[in-house]
Design a binder for this molecule. Sequence first.
Ligand code: F6R
Length: 614
Amino acid sequence: MCGIVGAIANRDITPVLIDGLKRMEYRGYDSAGLAVLNSERQIARERSTGRVASLESLVKESNLSGNIGIAHTRWATHGKPSVDNAHPHISKGSVSVVHNGIIENHEELRRQQLAKGYKFTSETDSEVIVHQIEFHLKDSDNLCEAVQKTVAELEGAYALGVICRNNPNTLVVTRRGAPLVIGFGKDETFIASDMSALISVVREYCVLEEGDIATVRTGKTTIYNEHGTEVERERLTSSLSSDDAELGDYRYFMEKEIHEQTRSITETLEGRIGKDSILELAFGPEARPILNDTQEIKLVACGTSYHAACVARYWFEEFGFKTDVEVASEFRYRTPVVNPKTLFITISQSGETADTLAALQYAKKLGFAHSLCICNVPESSLVRQSDLAIMTHAGPEIGVASTKAFTTQLVALLMLAIALRSRRCAGDGCDQQQLDLVNELRTLPAKIDDALQNEALIEQVAKQFEDKNHALFLGRGAHYPIAMEGALKLKEISYIHAEAYAAGELKHGPLALVDENMPVVVVAPNDTLLEKLKSNIEEVRARGGRMIVFADPASGLKTDEDEGMTVINIAPVNSYIAPIIYTIPLQLLSFHVALIKGTDVDKPRNLAKSVTVE
Ligand code: F6R
């Protein structure tokens, strides 16, 4: 969603703030702003709509500089993208605030503040925060106390960075329901929504806990917990490298991240597969008792991560575990009947998705036995709140459309399914199928590499979408969710309306849409449903549909230009790992269609990388 960065140092901190905003632009990017205390001890601010680059030009033109400041990149929730709605907000020239989250009782606070004579300059829910702090500063000049009193009156989610004219040596930060880290340099301290914003300046950092508030100074940072008691938070060392957040030779992060999948999957597997089994201790010391105790599985996630859950259902069920899958935003408002021996699994790239976090909290109240998350960000809220976390090790994913996070989630889920399988199918020992599965996992990086070799062909095929506004994606079994993921990728980055169907459903309605203007993308691996899928392909062909089929060479499906059918062969793969491999051509297809359509591939309109509000 939005991204926050802040700094206090004995040097001009505006370049650090701009660099941090650029690195976090993936969180939101409709406007950006920056405020510093300048040498005259005034709050000086610049804001602009659009990308951080526009803000950077403004900051240069106005020679804005200061030793303490806050900055923000916004993804609009309350109030349209505009300069007035951009953060930081300022009250009476005295206090300035950046906010990530949503204040649910903002209307009530706004009414009270209007009655007290405060003037509003934006339509945002956030502006009430800065006026409330200004109001509480009337009692005393202590900024931390004023922020404490203010957050006690807020309902909703927030991560805040606050500076004040009368406290020129203190930056106050606090969080509840939105992430915030503090980075410790030598005589300089930084804050940010996530560590990737700070990698050019610090390695050492700590993660604030729910309700923490901190006074950040150059030499000393003091943290209080939600009860106001001074606490220490563990100092961590970031393993992010600045290369991870650089484009290198690629034009787009999405392109880079698609091509990184050979490496990222190697890292997901690393240290987790033994000679003939999954080394489940590598999931954590608590993994074994938790897995031993598991009778059923509940998977909950959003968006692409939900599609990973849908694929995993096929694996868990096949290995003997009753499995249920649901989107987090729906689960959190239902009253499901819970078998307490159910392992509650959340899947999330960011680990900060508000609906997924709320679903986990709800699951704990409902009495699920244990929680496990599959996540890409070790310091995220989801990891900290789950009993067990399996990190995907995909490295930072910057492109808004998820690619390497998805395939590494699938790999982590397949490893988990194999580990659980050994409890149902093979006792404690090892059987031939387990051996085969473990060996298949080992072949994954090479097979991903093979699948990437189809790029030139896919680039050609993408031209068929140049003048199209709609598309259908078909798959069966575990490849139905892969078709869903392919359709989501195409929608997100090329703005083509795309829908996925379980191919057997075609005849129950969607077939009416099929004509030469509706490209139909089919995922056709060599599995037990291939013959059924071929009948579905014939149904489309008979109605003059244009098809792009990703198929195993053994399928016998052939390109037939007269019939409008293009077949791209994917090297043969075992049916368990096929969903991971068949994802690659669909990612490449959406990427090349987006290039043809000329969209902003990494930052598609209206979307944000981490959806930290409901
Ligand atoms: C799509 C995409 C989103 C995310 C969703 C959940 O390409 O990236 O659909 O998958 O917002 O995000 P995480 O996985 O961070 O919980």
